[in-house]
Design a binder for this molecule. Structure first.
Ligand code: F3S
Length: 392
């Protein structure tokens, strides 16, 4: 792989141990995936921010990077952490966990990474443009920016995205290249509804059918909320990192789709997706906001709850969003808080909920996939309005 003189100097340690470690990682990935060079990036989004997921090993890795003088070179945001920074007691989090979590956030901050922690930074805190090369981790967010915005990123892991952020560069392979952004199958969508739950079912069904590849949708015109839900579902049920929607996403018109395999997703396929995820009826926690709630979703939920009361005291409800969206939506938050906490910069999957709950409800296919595997939960998978009826 070709390196410029400056890049080689970083690899030789001339800019400190942190930058050297970052260059070692990025060039190693480039060699594995056949990159010919590095490419400049305009932003990064980092996963691996929850103490639950990175543990002591991750904490040590971050401490070493900070001690080695590592500092990010491009605007960089963080994925959700294991708790709301100030309201962690409402999440049944222990003081020991809270202390470690706050240390992790501080370490990222020392590398000049923005301490907003959301899986939807593209709503306002970190917004790439069409054609930008970026290095994003968080499977739902990177699929959203690839597909709905037309930025270019591979499915980065936490350490790879951090290394790229430090260098302001990543290895030029995979979805950074035109030839890998072509659709690999046409998805003909039939009888589609328009809710988060409908897009979760669609994404789950496509992820189950395709696994990986680049789906090209016909028959949908997704909003931001639909696109984030669809991206999350396909990334969790399969490993889709880029999709196109005819007449809707910015790169869809660039490709000739004749000769591609066609897959139909209708009621039957969505029922199969539902059957895979729904494993329990009676729940202890309803967790909404996977990916994090947008201002529109906050408003929609508040409208459904307005004038009602929480009658079912046996079931908790959490609303997960970013700190910036929580701040923007004060009126909606006041209504929602009568039912349960509006939690910022955390979520039901990266928080250690398994110490408190065993049965959780969601309208998100991504949460439906990860709650059993990462949080030992049985899952009720249902439409938002049906979930809210459980607590009324
Ligand atoms: Fe975001 Fe957590 Fe879902 S990070 S995409 S809310 S699992």
């Amino acid at each position: 792989m070709y390196l410029t003189k400056d890049e080689q100097a970083i690899l030789d340690g001339e800019q400190g141990a942190g930058a050297q470690k970052a260059m070692e990682l990025v060039t190693a990935l480039g060699k594995i995936y056949g990159a010919d060079s590095l490419v400049d990036i305009t932003s990064a989004h980092l996963s691996g921010a929850s103490y639950k997921t990175i543990g002591e090993g991750g904490l040590k890795y971050l401490s070493d990077m900070v001690a080695g003088g590592a500092m990010v070179a491009v605007p960089s945001t963080l994925n959700p952490v294991g708790m709301d920074r100030t309201r962690w007691k409402e999440m049944h989090i222990s003081p020991e966990f809270a202390e470690k979590q706050l240390q992790i956030i501080e370490l990222y901050g020392k590398m000049s990474i923005k301490k907003t922690c959301s899986c939807t930074p593209y709503i306002g805190d970190n917004v790439p443009s069409l054609g930008d090369h970026v290095a994003w981790a968080e499977s739902s967010a990177l699929s959203f920016v690839n597909s709905y915005i037309g930025a270019r990123t591979n499915r980065e892991g936490g350490p790879g995205a951090l290394a790229a952020a430090i260098l302001g560069k990543t290895a030029n392979y995979g979805l950074h290249l035109d030839e890998n952004r072509k659709p690999t199958a046409v998805i003909d969508v039939e009888d589609m509804g328009g809710s988060v739950f409908d897009y979760s079912l669609l994404g789950q069904a496509v992820g189950m059918k395709m696994g990986k590849g680049v789906p090209y949708f016909r028959g949908i015109d997704p909003s931001v909320e639909d696109a984030k839900t669809l991206s999350a579902a396909m990334a969790a049920a399969g490993s889709v990192a880029l999709w196109h929607a005819e007449g809707s996403t910015p790169e869809a018109g660039n490709f000739d789709i004749s000769g591609l395999e066609h897959i139909t997703i209708g009621k039957k396929e969505r029922q199969e997706a539902y059957d895979k995820l729904n494993t329990v009826e009676d729940v202890q926690l309803i967790a909404l906001g996977c990916p994090h709630l947008t201002p529109k979703e906050m408003h929609d939920i508040a409208s459904l709850l307005k004038g009602k009361q929480k009658r079912n005291k046996d079931v908790e409800i959490w609303f997960c969003t970013s700190e910036s969206v929580r701040e923007q939506c004060a009126e909606d938050v006041a209504i929602m808080e009568q039912f349960g906490p509006v939690l910022a910069d955390t979520c039901m999957v990266v928080a250690p909920i398994e110490g408190t709950f065993q049965r959780t409800a969601t309208n998100s296919a991504k949460a439906g996939n990860y709650l059993p595997t990462l949080c030992s939960q049985k899952v009720k998978f249902a439409e938002l309005s049906d979930l809210l009826k459980v607590i009324e």
